[in-house]
Design a protein around this ligand. Structure first.
Ligand code: NAP
Length: 289
């Protein structure tokens, strides 16, 4: 998707609109089993498609069985290969353990874990409640911990495991209106670095991708809270208004993240660990001006 500087509104993107062919060999991840949380929609679905195209056996997991079933069909349609899914709430450790057992039984031990599931909603800091804070921290931060911890033994046994978590580009500067998500995502970068140090000797790499604005349907509904048409117009405009500040003059796409996710999850990135890769078209370079 390319939006001309300052002109028009960004489209809401789902991966079915992907047009760029995969740059990766279809056997790059041929012997790898991957699990992608939040893999039925938006960025997670694009990552699941890209990992599948690169040869991995992919299991997607999130709460909605209906969205997972539709995503399985979509992945098969796009890649010509099957994917598997299991409903799982990453806040619940027993559900995550069931996911790990399902992955083992269906595909084998996971070598690639992608922590993409996240919750978010706008709430000014002065109106933040501990309930709201907990809701986001439990999904984003504890969910990332639960999933990674549950798959640790498999990653260690396999000897070349990869943990990839999705952060946000803005986290270090704070995330006004979304302070809970900013805190959770910053903590995920720190967890990533800790895991990289502690688990490197087991051959496990841990990295984080921190994307800038990508107008997915999920970000729209969750962050703008199922907006009225006037709020949606304002939100669309807010996204469009960002474009002139992006040096590369466009917003991100799920496929931008998916390409980096395949690279970081593969042996091509075999000496990269502990990294938080910011992907925002350079927006951070101009936002401080
Ligand atoms: P999205 O489509 O809403 O993705 C979020 C996914 O998380 C959904 O599939 C959702 O599925 C799942 N999820 C939420 N709560 C869950 C839970 N408790 N257990 C399991 N799964 C859960 O939005 P997106 O834009 O693609 O975002 C994907 C990731 O990119 C997120 O980590 C987000 O923070 C990050 N990100 C997005 C942007 C952006 O501008 N879009 C920018 C920076 C970072 P269910 O509701 O079915 O559970």
């Amino acid at each position: 998707m390319a939006v001309a500087p300052g002109v028009g509104a960004p489209e809401i993107l789902e991966p079915s609109e992907m047009t760029v062919p995969s740059p990766f060999s279809p056997v790059l991840l041929a012997d790898r089993v991957a699990v992608v949380t939040g893999g039925a929609t938006g960025i997670g679905l694009a990552v699941a498609c890209a990992l599948t195209e690169a040869g991995a056996s992919v299991v997607i997991a999130s709460r909605s069985a209906e969205r997972l079933a539709a995503a399985e069909v979509e992945i098969a349609r796009r890649t010509g290969r099957p994917a598997w899914s299991l409903p799982c709430d990453v806040r619940e450790e027993d559900e995550v353990a069931r996911l790990r057992d399902f992955v083992r039984a269906r595909c084998g031990s996971a070598a690639i874990v992608v922590n993409n599931a996240a919750a978010n909603f706008r709430l000014p800091a002065e109106r933040m409640t501990s309930r709201a804070m907990r809701a986001v921290l439990e999904t984003d931060l504890l969910g990332t911990y639960h999933v990674t911890r549950a798959f640790f033994d498999d990653l260690k046994a396999i000897g070349h495991g990869s943990v990839l978590s999705i952060g946000i580009a803005a986290a270090e500067q704070g995330f006004p209106g979304f302070s809970h998500a900013g805190a959770a995502k910053t903590a995920i970068s720190s967890l990533t670095a800790s895991w990289a140090s502690e688990w490197g000797p087991y051959g496990i790499r841990a990295n984080c991708i921190a994307p800038g604005p990508i107008p997915t349907k999920g970000v729209w509904e969750n962050m703008l809270g199922h907006p009225s048409s006037s709020e949606a117009d304002a939100g669309t405009q807010a996204f469009a208004n960002l474009v002139p500040a992006v040096p590369l003059r466009r917003l991100g796409t799920p496929e931008d993240v998916a390409a980096a996710a395949v690279f970081l999850s593969s042996d091509l990135a075999g000496w990269i660990t502990g990294v938080t890769l910011r992907m925002d078209g350079g927006l951070n370079l101009t936002q401080c001006l």
